[in-house]
Design a protein around this ligand. Structure first.
Ligand SMILES: [Zn+2]
Length: 159
């Protein structure tokens, strides 16, 4: 992994060659070319290729974000290695095994199964952008006491 690149060294109104970027940020030229392959916008129809400071800053900022944030109707797809919209606008909520529900859906690009943990308080907000189906256990969720209450009762019975 590349160390967190110092985008604040980049001047927004300048254009840089690959060599200049490599010197400025202390990375190899091969790394800069890899960035270009991975989405850094460069003007390549002339030699040397030029990268605008603004594009470079955008790219570095998006890289240095610790986690890519998913929108409400997105999950992180491990196949695409990117947040992806949930296909068909349909997700399944699985609260069977945990107090924190899992939201499952298919990647709109590659159809892989994606999931993320969501907080219950977000459910109503999510249901405005996605059709949600609730995966239920043996009994309806509404009939079950919350798990923490369960533990408490269990302890009292044990004593
Ligand atoms: Zn995908």
């Amino acid at each position: 992994m590349v160390k967190r690149a110092s985008w604040w060294l980049v001047k927004i109104h300048r254009s840089y060659t690959v060599e200049e970027v490599s010197r400025l940020l202390g990375v190899s030229k091969a790394t800069v070319w890899r960035w270009i392959k991975n989405g850094l916008v460069a003007i390549q129809d002339r030699k040397p290729a030029l990268i605008s400071g603004a594009n470079l800053i955008d790219f570095l900022k998006s890289r240095s974000r610790p986690k890519q944030k998913c929108a409400l109707d997105e999950c992180y797809c491990f196949t695409c290695k990117s947040p992806r919209k949930i296909a068909f606008g349909e997700a399944e909520i699985d609260c069977k095994n945990s107090n924190i529900p899992n939201m499952l859906g298919l990647c709109s690009i590659c159809s892989s199964l994606m999931f993320k943990r969501i907080s219950k308080s977000k459910l109503s907000e999510i249901s405005t952008v996605l059709r949600l189906t609730f995966k239920q256990g043996d009994e309806p969720i509404s009939n079950r006491p919350p798990p923490c209450l369960n533990d408490h009762l269990q302890q009292e019975q044990d004593q």
